[in-house]
Write a protein that binds this ligand. Structure first.
Ligand code: AMP
Length: 186
């Protein structure tokens, strides 16, 4: 969890590789579908370019299928999902019927102004369509309206591990790993 540009994707890769589990990033899956011009890509590209959320049923369907793949059977790390209360409820239901559960919810705490600057820099480096200033602003609004309220949901249902997300990549990774161990016993 964390606002746009908090470094979720970067840290997800590090943490997933540390635990030898797949990193499942809904944003990355949507972007690759857009790049490949698939049917899903055609549905989501305009939504993403505006900084809006892809409809829950589309996103939940995608994650349901992805979690059923064999590499996720022993565990997984979700990046960018769930992002709404209905998505979180769908995930709970999905896991209810399996022998898996969420060990920890990692919340990256960052300085909003600093992350906007970080995103504008990323736009230059990666050329993401949704990293222009207007879309960035909208993605923040959507985050605070739809996703941030999930923190209360997670606090009730699971273990939220808050980590300072500012600083060097390796430094933040080390903080996450230490916090997972000490606070969630992972
Ligand atoms: P991200 O890479 O996680 O920042 O996601 C980029 C974009 O993909 C978001 O701004 C949304 O348009 C879409 N997206 C990614 N994950 C979700 C999700 N869980 N629910 C709805 N839309 C999503």
């Amino acid at each position: 969890m964390g606002p746009p540009g908090a470094g979720k994707g970067t840290q997800a890769k590090q943490i997933a590789s540390e635990f030898g589990i797949p990193e499942i990033s809904t944003g990355a899956i949507f972007r690759s579908n857009v790049a490949n011009g698939t049917e899903l890509g055609q549905i989501v590209s305009a939504i993403m370019a505006k900084g809006e959320l892809v409809p829950d049923e589309v996103t939940v369907g995608l994650v349901t299928n992805r979690l059923a793949e064999p590499d996720a059977a022993e565990g997984f790390l979700l990046d960018g999902f769930p992002r709404t209360i209905p998505q979180a409820e769908a995930l709970c239901e999905l896991l209810d019927g399996s022998n898996l559960c969420i060990d920890a919810v990692i919340s990256l705490v960052v300085d909003a102004e600093a992350v906007v600057q970080r995103m504008l820099k990323r736009a230059e480096l990666e050329g993401r369509d949704d990293d222009n200033e207007e879309t960035i602003r909208r993605r923040f609004e959507v985050y605070y309206a739809e996703t941030e309220p999930l923190m209360a949901f997670f606090r009730e249902h699971g273990r939220v591990v808050e980590v300072d997300g500012m600083g060097e990549i390796a430094e933040v990774t080390a903080r996450i790993l230490a916090a997972l161990e000490s606070e969630a016993g992972v």
